[in-house]
Design a protein around this ligand. Structure first.
Ligand SMILES: [Mn+2]
Length: 336
């Protein structure tokens, strides 16, 4: 069975030679995604510059290179653990968004990328997201939703999966953790995603019931769904997938799924309502992410846009022994 490309490639930047590995990984993923023309070369340049920036200026850094949903392009995330970039921190604090003056590397990244977001804090580190979208695709909305999905180290297939469906006013997100790992878990996770796409407009317990039916002949999965609708969210989950609501000030809600396995033994799903004050972000993550990331997140972390929040949580709290997925989604901006 041919599985769609959904998982990220992880390249640890611990030596100058990793810069070349990162560039090769970005080019190869872009080609596998069928990106046309010069895009694979441009993806290689983005990865090379972001990796080289880590190699020269930071420690404990890595790139996460992944396809954007629905084959729209690729996304390259860069994360490190310090020392941060004082010049850039000053520029961002003063409201400048250009990084053109900060050396050829990041300037080139911001010119080549369809969308580039960077945050840094001295003593903490730097996070960046460069997206490259196909010319025939609308640019991916920059601050609405993000997903990082990584296989366990030395696994080719990822048994986790996630998606967000946006119907124009309501966003519905799913995260799936197929039991075990490897190809059978990946097949279960992808079957669950297809079923979710078909059922995503229905009430959350009905979505889980549809997935339960789809997964009957697989090894089963933990599944959580989160729907963001105006000033409230609803959550429904079976198995160990956590839901968290974050504002710029702190963590407001932590929820875990009911015991059970979708596809095998599923209790009647219960829905939980979560109030969603303006600026709140909803997060779903699998047990490949250490739940302690929500204990005392810094203001820097709480204020990250979704694509950098998922990069930060993945980089700092992922277990390399399990597949790991983090999804972050914000509600639609309210009409005045
Ligand atoms: Mn897991």
């Amino acid at each position: 069975m041919m599985l769609p490309l959904t998982a990220a490639a992880h390249v640890r930047i611990d030596h100058y030679s990793a810069v070349h590995l990162a560039a090769a990984a970005a080019r190869s993923l872009s080609e596998q995604c069928g990106l046309p023309g010069a895009l694979p070369d441009q993806a290689a340049v983005l990865a090379s510059e972001l990796a080289s920036n880590i190699d020269k200026h930071a420690r404990d850094g890595a790139l996460y290179i992944q396809p954007l949903p629905l084959g729209r392009g690729v996304e390259i995330l860069a994360a490190d653990r310090g020392p941060g970039m004082p010049e850039l921190e000053r520029c961002l604090a003063d409201g400048y968004t250009t990084v053109g003056t900060l050396g050829a590397g990041l300037g080139a990244v911001s010119r080549i990328a369809s969308d580039f977001t960077i945050r840094t804090q001295v003593g903490v580190g730097t996070l960046a997201c460069a997206r490259l979208t196909r010319p025939d695709q609308p640019a991916v909305a920059r601050q609405s939703a993000a997903l990082v999905c990584l296989p366990a180290d030395r696994e080719e297939h990822c048994g986790d999966a996630g998606a967000v469906i946006d119907d124009g006013t309501i966003r519905t997100a799913v995260v799936v953790d197929g039991l075990g790992h490897g190809i059978e878990a990946a097949e279960a996770a992808q079957a669950a995603l297809r079923s979710f796409r078909a059922a995503s407009a229905r009430p959350l317990p009905d979505i889980l019931t549809a997935l339960h039916r789809t997964l009957r002949h697989t090894r089963g999965a933990a599944v959580a769904v989160l729907r963001l609708d105006g000033e409230r969210a609803v959550y429904c989950g079976i198995g160990n997938i956590r839901a968290v609501a974050l504002s710029h000030e702190g963590v407001h809600h932590r929820l875990t799924g009911q015991p059970g396995v979708v596809g095998w033994r599923m209790p009647t799903p219960k829905t939980h309502a979560i109030p969603l004050p303006a600026g709140t972000t909803g997060v779903l993550h699998t047990d490949g992410i250490d739940a302690r990331w929500t204990h005392a997140p810094s203001l820097f972390a709480l204020r990250l846009p979704p694509q950098l929040l998922t990069a930060s949580v993945t980089h700092n709290y992922r277990s390399t022994r399990d597949d790991a997925t983090v999804l972050a989604v914000k509600p639609h901006p309210r009409l005045p």
